[in-house]
Design a protein. Structure first.
Length: 240
């Protein structure tokens, strides 16, 4: 379980961009973060990924205080939490399969990223994962020839192959057409049913309602909604 207690982030010498945020995300849950532009969604996700520091507050994973424990806290997050960028960074001249196998700088040693060398027995797992995400026929295609939705799914496959138990996705469907957006969210939902935890920034609240188990709503850095297992009421939507 991921647990955030009273997290506040103040930019040094600047504004407070997250104020007193508390929520939990259980294993296998699909949690959407919604809110207007500038409400702090990406900042919250980056704090969860340890890409940003917060000012006060406690972050625990499986009961372990993340900041107080290096190996069972910070190191575990770096190993098991994958951050999915809005526009995934793939190596354009490498195939989808090679991108999945090689991993990112957070997932794999630098020498492997540079040389592209992988173990033969890793191939089967990568192909299985690409198949699960409907990309088997694209495995040998160069990343630069893939569509936006396919690139996003390659990034998801890459995270899974490198052992991600939690996906932190920053607007994973931004710029994609409605059909592809739903396909990606359906894939993520199916992975949650297999035990993956997903925390995703989603701009369209109707898609968040359709696919997520829990909706966290932010307004000007404050948590204004924490809704589980149902759609948002009109009054709740007005709070965003
Ligand atoms: N380094 C920084 N210095 C000052 N302000 C910052 C910094 N980083 C973020 N902010 C501010 O924090 C607020 C929240 O930013 P964040 O990117 O989390 O918003 P968001 O909800 O993800 O917005 P969007 O939906 O437009 O991507 C914004 O007002 C932003 O300007």
């Amino acid at each position: 379980m991921i647990k955030i207690d009273h997290l506040t982030k103040q930019i040094p010498g600047g504004p407070t961009v997250l104020s007193d945020i508390s929520f939990v995300a259980h294993k296998g849950e699909f949690v959407s973060i919604v809110g207007a532009s500038g409400s702090g969604k990406s900042m919250l996700l980056k704090c969860l990924a340890l890409r940003e520091k917060w000012t006060t507050g406690k972050y625990t994973v499986e009961g372990v205080d993340v900041l107080a424990n290096f190996f069972t806290g910070q190191s575990k997050i770096r190993r098991e939490f994958a951050f999915l960028e809005e526009k995934p960074i793939l190596s354009p001249s490498r195939t989808a399969l090679k991108n999945v196998l090689v991993g990112t700088k957070y997932q794999t040693p630098a020498w492997r990223m540079l040389t592209g060398m992988v173990r033969n027995d890793d191939y089967m797992g990568a192909m299985d994962t690409l198949e699960k995400l409907g990309l088997l026929d694209k495995a040998k295609q160069k990343a630069e020839q893939l569509s936006g939705g396919e690139r996003q799914r390659v990034a998801i496959a890459r995270a899974l192959v490198h052992g991600a138990k939690v996906l932190l996705a920053d607007e994973p469907i931004s710029g994609l057409d409605p059909h592809t957006s739903e396909q990606i969210l359906r894939d993520l939902k199916a992975l949650c049913q297999q035990g993956l935890t997903v925390v995703a920034v989603i701009h369209q609240s109707e898609l968040a309602e359709k696919f997520s188990d829990r909706i966290i709503g932010l307004n000007q850095g404050r948590l204004v909604l924490d809704v589980r297992g149902r759609r948002l009421t009109t009054a709740e939507k007005l709070q965003l």
